[in-house]
Design a binder for this molecule. Structure first.
Ligand SMILES: Nc1nc2c(ncn2[C@@H]2O[C@H](COP(=O)(O)OP(=O)(O)OP(=O)(O)O)[C@@H](O)[C@H]2O)c(=O)[nH]1
Ligand SMILES: [Mg+2]
Length: 220
């Protein structure tokens, strides 16, 4: 498994880098999904479940962390291609870094390239990575008030997975209220309550991802 160390890009325009990467991914027919959440919300667990549930799709994962290679090792153990990116202390991935990570995968025929962004609810939302889809996770133990406190990520995301729903009996988390708060910020956001640990609720999210891949390939 490759580990690459990346510094923040020094190009003039992150937005231009992002558009260039999107154009390239469109040619490959690859949908890049930028997965964002706070640390520990369940990104790697969710990605592991997606890999197991969608064997008909070729999946590669870019794992961005400040240190370690534990997440990339978990993904590789499932048979998917993974690259571990160390972000030189940076709390987010930018488009140039994402391009370098995609290059390191050395895969031009994957269906889904997932970027597991650095775990926090703030900085990753501020940078366009070149993704075709932004998927954010909010786990039940974090609380249903997070859309009020960290609105940008909810505004930038195409979908929200409310994770660890098996923990609902133990926490004061009002799913309806959380969804209402998220939709107030972003009326178009698709919401999927899921438990990646048991697989509960994963089907609708997987169908949504398949539909987004189809739509991505159909857009000229
Ligand atoms: N109960 C429960 N625990 C879960 C679920 N999904 C993940 N976890 C646990 O939550 C912890 C963090 O999960 P990860 O998948 O590593 O979270 P992450 O977002 O990838 O974490 P970072 O990469 O460190 O930001 C682990 O102990 C998981 O076993 C779930 O659906 N239910
Ligand atoms: Mg992880």
């Amino acid at each position: 498994m490759k580990i690459i160390k990346l510094d923040a890009s020094v190009t003039a325009s992150n937005d231009q880098d992002a558009e260039a990467l999107r154009a390239r991914l469109r040619e490959c027919g690859t949908l890049l999904v930028n997965v964002m959440s706070s640390a520990g919300a369940g990104k790697t667990t969710l990605l592991s479940r997606l890999i197991c549930d969608m064997p008909e799709r070729k999946i590669a994962v870019m794992e961005a962390d400040i240190e370690s290679d534990v997440d990339a090792k978990k993904i590789e153990a499932l048979g998917a291609t993974a690259v571990q990116v160390h972000t030189s202390g940076m709390c987010h991935m930018d488009a140039g870094m994402t391009t370098a990570a995609f290059d390191a995968l050395e895969e031009n025929d994957v269906d889904f390239a997932f970027l597991e962004n650095v775990g926090n609810l703030i900085c990753p939302a501020e940078y366009d990575t070149g993704a075709g889809v932004n998927l954010m996770l909010l786990s039940v133990p974090e609380g249903d008030d997070k859309p009020l406190k960290y609105p940008l990520m909810f505004q930038k995301s195409d979908a929200l997975a409310i994770t660890k729903t098996d923990a609902l009996p133990y926490f004061t988390f009002n799913v309806e209220q959380c969804v209402a708060r998220a939709k107030k910020l972003n009326p178009d956001i698709a919401v999927f309550p899921v438990c990646a640990k048991t697989g509960d609720g994963m089907g609708p999210l997987e169908d949504w991802l398949r539909a987004r891949l189809q739509a991505w390939r159909n857009t000229i």
